[in-house]
Design a protein around this ligand. Structure first.
Ligand SMILES: Nc1ncnc2c1ncn2[C@@H]1O[C@H](COP(=O)(O)OP(=O)(O)OP(=O)(O)O)[C@@H](O)[C@H]1O
Ligand SMILES: [Mg+2]
Length: 250
């Protein structure tokens, strides 16, 4: 189980998240929606222990470990994985190097180099990315859509059990969106991870139907519901669904 309790977060003395509560049971798919600047990406970064953000109150428990007491590497070792809104480029380290190091760190490198490369090639083929991505520097000089697929390739190798997808669907062309969504669905059906989807678009949710939908505004969850809440928001916007115009975050 994953549980955020009474989480308050500040950056540069500004409160961005306030008394936030969110529980995600194993194997559940949750969707987080909200206007630009509401604090959605901040939640994902705080979970991954980005040290730009100061937790002034609250806890984040995952499988009985308090993630607020860990650093990013320790959180990743607990099989928590973020595909961020803007994946960072890391020059000088290739995908293969990163993955072999991470897997061997976790005692999960069970393939010799040939099997490992073949495995990665199969994933590249499924994601419709060139095989040479395996030996390219992480996200370096890749297009926006390529970065999302590259992060997905890593996910298939690292086999996380808690996955945060921060706008993985933004900037993807129609074909890429189909490939990414069906790859995620295949992963979900095979490994049953918990997933937190952050999105502004309906496409991914049509494939990966969320069990619960939460709406964040000004750092607070203001409404909870099921998939129909997301559909209402796509149809009517945030205002008509949950609040008056003056409540909006500027
Ligand atoms: N490192 C930072 N320094 C200063 N302000 C920040 C920082 N990170 C986030 N913020 C501010 O916190 C607020 C929430 O940002 P966040 O990126 O979490 O929004 P979001 O809900 O993901 O929006 P979007 O839908 O546009 O991606 C914004 O007002 C943003 O400017
Ligand atoms: Mg964001």
């Amino acid at each position: 189980m994953f549980e955020i309790k009474d989480l308050t977060v500040k950056v540069l003395d500004k409160t961005i998240l306030e008394d936030l509560n969110l529980t995600i049971n194993d194997g559940e798919i949750h969707c987080l929606m909200g206007p630009n600047g509401a604090g959605k990406s901040t939640i994902s970064k705080v979970i991954m222990r980005d040290n730009h953000y100061t937790i002034t109150k609250g806890t984040i428990f995952y499988k009985n470990f308090d993630l607020t007491k860990m650093d990013t590497t320790e959180v990743a070792r607990k099989k928590v994985y973020l595909i961020s809104q803007n994946p960072i480029e890391i020059a000088g380290i290739t995908n293969a190097e990163l993955l072999r190091t991470a897997l061997s760190d976790n005692n999960e490198l069970n393939e010799n180099i040939l099997e490992f490369n073949r495995h990665l090639k199969d994933i590249c083929t499924k994601l419709a990315i060139p095989n040479d991505f395996i030996h390219r520097d992480i996200n370096y000089n890749m297009s926006g859509g390529e970065k999302k697929k590259n992060e997905l390739m890593q996910m298939w190798m690292l086999k996380p059990q808690f996955i945060i997808l921060d706008e993985i669907d933004s900037g993807l062309d129609v074909d890429a969106l189909k490939i990414v969504a069906s790859s995620l669905k295949e992963y979900y059906d095979e490994y049953k991870p918990s997933i937190l989807i952050i999105t502004h678009h309906p496409g991914l949710l049509e494939i990966l139907k969320p069990d619960y939908v939460h709406v964040l505004n000004k750092g607070k969850i203001v409404k909870n519901g099921d998939y129909s809440l997301a559909l209402n928001i796509f149809h009517d916007g945030f205002g008509a669904s949950i609040m008056s115009r003056e409540d909006f975050h500027e």
